[in-house]
Design a protein around this ligand. Structure first.
Ligand SMILES: [Zn+2]
Length: 501
């Protein structure tokens, strides 16, 4: 199977940082597309190496040329069959173009990938452009292409900024590369997910292995589980095993050595403040299954939870508990936008009302902040919680501490919230695959293929080269070849030909 070197253009900082615009950094987007592409190529059996899988190239990079040389060295020593450098354009404009050295297989590869990109991204075709200048094109030993995927500083940024669209870009690359090598592209049968298994029970599956590992560590360190495993769904392999040291019994022999934490946990409570790892989609899925008519307020919890540094997923769990999955069966009515029973201090007391769902969510999180933190509210946030100053600041750093405070008498109140959270976190949300595009060649008749006409143009060029210098090559013949080629080229690049009659 062919070997591909994927080169995510530029580094996150230092000498070669790439373009920026609309709050986006080219280096980050390039890496994300490259990682998505690697997964798709590997799923199709191709061997892949990346010049970087983090912020910098895997080698010297203190100058631009050093960084570029390192990329070429990686590709050359890997013995890649194709080098694909991924970039986002800048300078205002729209669409895709691909660079390659003229005259070789790189031009063919570039055209294959560009065909797929234009079709999938539905934006301007800026053509295959040849040059002798780009370092990575010149100093790689194999056919090399450099793809420009939209403009970071134009309206293209709206598209490129989304995960879904970058997946489409990666798929187009993968299909074009497969076309070039004559491989039938197949979509990966299932997305790679990482199961979080605590004491033998799967509690969630995430598409980030890093997040899955931190979930396992946190659960074991906080005493919620004895052992934790991160398991890849595609092959069932345990990629991470974690356990507290056992006191008396010797550990059972295992091929994987568990990572032993430095200290045993001193607390078994769940802090209110901290970084959240649950996803909006998991919360939504959990909520909508019980109440399909629930308003979509989860993103507001994430937005303000992150500003306040609160584990907002637990706040969602508290909201679910307080409102009965937003069914509002208790003394607080739906129109009050009061999602956590603020001020509903006794049965029959209506509690506070808020103008909008956004204000209601913010008040809920601010009330938690009052309990869990002694800091001032972050700058720029209005104090919308009417009971903020009635709280003994910092008196309840953990969810379990809210028993008898947020809820009276409140036995098991915090534990209930934690239980709801764990259930919610076990939601498996499979990312939506982008709509499959019909292969260009599958449904169209032979004369309906752009690739055919592109090849025709290339043959015409070779013919002209062969004829030149002979007396068959009159100015009239040359003019006719150029005229025909121009008509076809214009039609291909501007899609003027209605291929079906
Ligand atoms: Zn670039």
């Amino acid at each position: 199977m062919p070997k591909i070197c994927i080169d995510p253009g530029h580094n996150a900082s230092g000498a070669d940082t790439g373009a920026q615009g609309n709050g986006l950094k080219e280096a980050d987007l390039n890496l994300d597309i490259a990682r998505k592409l690697r997964r798709l190529l590997e799923a199709n059996g191709l061997q892949v190496i990346m010049t970087r899988d983090g912020e910098f190239v895997n080698g010297p990079h203190s100058t631009v040329n050093e960084s570029l040389k390192t990329r070429c060295d990686i590709a050359n020593s890997f013995g890649a069959d194709l080098f694909v450098s991924i970039h986002i354009n800048a300078g205002g404009g729209t669409g895709s173009e691909i660079y390659a050295l003229p005259g070789g297989q790189a031009v063919v590869a570039a055209q294959r990938v560009l065909d797929r990109l234009i079709y999938a991204c539905n934006w301007a075709n800026r053509g295959v452009k040849t040059n002798h200048e780009f370092y990575v094109l010149v100093h790689t030993d194999m056919p090399a292409i450099l793809t420009e995927n939209g403009f970071i500083d134009s309206q293209d940024a709206n598209k490129i900024s989304t995960e879904e669209f970058r997946q489409i870009i990666a798929e187009a690359h993968a299909k074009g590369i497969c076309d070039f090598f004559g491989i039938a592209y197949g979509a990966p049968s299932q997305p790679v997910m990482y199961r979080v298994i605590l004491d033998g029970l799967q509690i969630m599956a995430l598409n980030s292995e890093e997040t899955a590992i931190s979930q396992v560590k946190e659960a074991v360190n906080n005493g919620r589980a004895q052992t934790g495993i991160v398991q890849r769904n595609t092959d069932g392999k345990n990629t991470f095993v974690y356990a507290l040291p056992t006191q008396s019994t010797p550990s059972t022999p295992s091929t994987q050595v568990p990572e032993i934490p430095q200290h045993t946990p001193s607390r078994t409570k769940t802090p209110i403040m901290g970084t959240e790892t649950i996803t909006i989609e998991q919360c939504r899925s959990f909520l909508l299954r019980r109440n399909p008519n629930a308003p979509d307020i989860i993103p507001l919890y994430k937005k303000y939870g992150e500003i306040l540094g609160i584990r907002w997923g637990y706040a969602v769990a508290q909201m679910i508990k307080e409102t009965g999955f937003l069914g509002f069966g208790g003394s607080v009515g739906a129109g009050q936008n009061n999602f956590a029973g603020i001020g509903a201090v006794a049965a029959g007391v209506q509690g506070a009302s808020f103008q909008t769902p956004e204000e209601g969510v913010l008040a809920h999180l601010e009330h938690l902040y009052a309990y869990a933190s002694t800091s001032q509210l972050p700058m720029g946030l209005f104090k919308v919680d009417p009971r903020f100053d009635l709280v003994t600041r910092g008196s309840c750093p953990n969810w379990e501490d809210l028993n008898g405070h947020w809820a009276v008498p409140g036995d098991g109140y915090g534990e209930d919230i934690v239980r709801i959270y764990i259930q919610m976190a076990s939601e498996i949300v499979v990312p939506v695959e982008p709509a499959k595009s019909t292969p260009l060649t599958a449904v169209k008749p032979w004369y309906d293929s752009k690739t055919l006409w592109v090849n025709f143009v290339m043959i015409a060029g070779i013919l002209a080269q062969q004829l030149s210098g002979t007396d068959l090559f009159t100015p009239e013949v040359e003019a006719s070849i150029i005229a025909v080629v121009n008509v076809i080229l214009r039609a291909i690049t501007k899609d003027k030909i209605t291929w079906k009659q």
